[in-house]
Design a protein around this ligand. Structure first.
Ligand SMILES: [Zn+2]
Length: 502
């Protein structure tokens, strides 16, 4: 690559407050009829006054504190003027020069990604254009929904890191329980600013400002919109890097513009020339006084700070002896992480009742549990298109099943059979094991009797084994497993066979 890639992100997230940003309308319009959740305030009738939603302000500050941001003690709302049918006011109430929080950072793939700001604004309504009709429809239910916008500095070096940033931010919003952050449903919308510059011809100055070195002319950045999945974000950035690099190779000028990702064509298409902030004629919102954020309020909000996925991941690796991959999977959802911790804490109960040497077994057993969680559990969740919310297996029963396999009371294929039943109907694994007769044969005398019979019936193979054809042990193991219908403990079978065939 002879070019450096420079990416900045803008991420909008709808906050799931009870009411809208500046009025008392219900903010949850999931099953509402069009325009059911509207009032004179969010419809911008003359003479109405917006009143900011305190919860939305607190949640934005909470997000900022989580991402190491500074809080603006004096903040304010501004009007961003533009005309579009889905904004009833003819302007959007947003924040311009005094966002609620600023200057944070988040570690992604080893890069410390600088966050410029997080501010609060209101969402727009939704236009639909029925095909073949001569009219458009507007639904204002979404108009006035609190919308939190995070902006990063242009410091992200590749598409993969950009995608990972958005995924981690989604986890943060869900851990804080302030947004559903579902990209497919538009709760979370990511836009990427992408530019490519020749290596060694530019540098960062001051606060991540990109400056040309010598007489080099910086290439313009392009904003990519209409991205409705993490995959599309990654693909659209990769596409842009290629498109821009090829254009520069061909000595074409990159036009500063907004491009949309076309999922069908798998390419970005030009939408419009990018506006500058001057085009929006920002000015302070005269209907809302400036906000004074007190230290007491910040302190009160800080109480709601929770352990974030990256901290939890590090703890799972250290405390539970998990692999990096397992820990990453298990902290991806807060409920799943809680379930995991619950299962692991229950393991101890099952070991304590049978073996007091918990410390000795802890590492192996928690490892086994994390394998069951990332293996069998994930497999069933995926097959049934479910999430951890839907699980019928209690953490106690999950831990019990893991312990049954760990203690060789059942073999792993019997474990999987029991797991399937528990996944579908719930229930106690020991009961299911007994009902189905899956308990592993552990009785040495009984096993020895069966194995002796098998050896007597196969004298030729026994002779060959004794003469050095040791691979034949598998033949006898197979015969024993068939005879016991898979219930024999394979380790014990081998042990007894070796002894009898000496
Ligand atoms: Zn309203």
């Amino acid at each position: 690559m002879k070019y450096d890639v420079i990416i900045g992100l803008e991420i909008h997230a709808e906050l799931k407050t009870k009411s809208k940003m500046f009025c008392r309308c219900n903010n949850n319009a999931e099953n509402a009829k069009p325009n059911e959740h509207t009032c004179p305030i969010c419809m911008a009738h003359p003479g109405t006054l917006p009143i900011p939603n305190k919860k939305a302000i607190e949640w934005t500050i909470l997000t900022g504190l989580t991402l190491n941001c500074k809080v603006n003690k004096l903040s304010k709302f501004d009007r961003k003027n533009y005309f579009y049918p889905d904004i009833p006011k003819g302007y959007q109430i947003s924040q311009y020069d005094l966002p609620l929080v600023h200057d944070g950072h988040l570690k992604i793939n080893g890069y410390d990604i600088a966050i410029t700001r997080i501010h609060l604004e209101e969402d727009t309504g939704k236009n639909t254009h029925p095909s073949g009709k001569s009219y458009s429809l507007i639904d204002f239910n979404r108009a006035g929904t609190p919308l939190m916008e995070l902006v990063t500095e242009p410091v992200i070096p590749d598409a993969k890191t950009a995608k990972k940033f958005c995924q981690t931010y989604q986890q943060v919003l869900r851990y804080l329980n302030i947004s559903d952050a579902d990209m497919e449903k538009g709760h979370m919308r990511c836009e990427a600013n992408v530019s490519v510059q020749e290596k060694g011809k530019w540098k960062y100055e001051g606060n991540c400002e990109i400056k040309a070195i010598g007489d080099y002319k910086l290439n313009s950045k392009v904003e990519v919109k209409n991205i409705n999945s993490f995959k599309a974000l990654e693909k659209s950035i990769i596409y842009e890097i290629k498109r821009q690099s090829t254009a520069i190779d061909d000595r074409e000028e990159i036009i500063q513009e907004t491009r949309g990702w076309d999922e069908n064509k798998q390419k970005t298409v030009s939408q419009r020339k990018k506006e500058s902030s001057a085009d929006y004629r920002y000015f302070p919102e005269p209907d809302i006084p400036p906000l004074n954020i007190s230290d007491d309020l910040i302190k009160k909000i800080s109480i709601n700070l929770t352990e974030m996925p990256w901290t939890k991941k590090a703890r799972f690796i250290k405390q539970f002896n998990m692999s990096e991959e397992s820990a990453e999977l298990l902290v991806s959802d807060k409920k799943l992480a809680n379930y995991t911790e619950h299962v692991i804490s229950e393991l101890r109960a099952w070991i304590d009742s049978t073996d007091d040497n918990w410390e000795r077994q802890k590492r192996k057993l928690t490892k086994a549990a994390s394998n069951w969680l990332t293996g069998e559990l994930f497999k069933h969740l995926k097959e049934n298109n479910q999430t951890i919310k839907d699980i019928k297996i209690s953490p106690e029963n999950f831990a019990e099943l893991v312990t049954l396999v760990y203690q060789d009371k059942i073999n792993s294929s019997a474990g999987q059979e029991i797991f399937k039943i528990m996944y579908e109907k719930g229930g106690d694994p020991t009961n299911i094991m007994q009902d189905l007769g899956l308990e592993q044969m552990d009785n040495n005398d009984e096993l020895e009797k069966i194995i002796k019979e098998i050896i007597d019936k196969n004298p030729k193979q026994a002779e060959e084994y004794k003469n050095g054809k040791v691979a034949l042990i598998q033949f006898f193991v197979g015969q024993t497993m068939a005879k016991t219908r898979g219930k024999a403990n394979p380790k014990k079978v081998v042990e007894i066979l070796k002894n009898l065939l000496k």
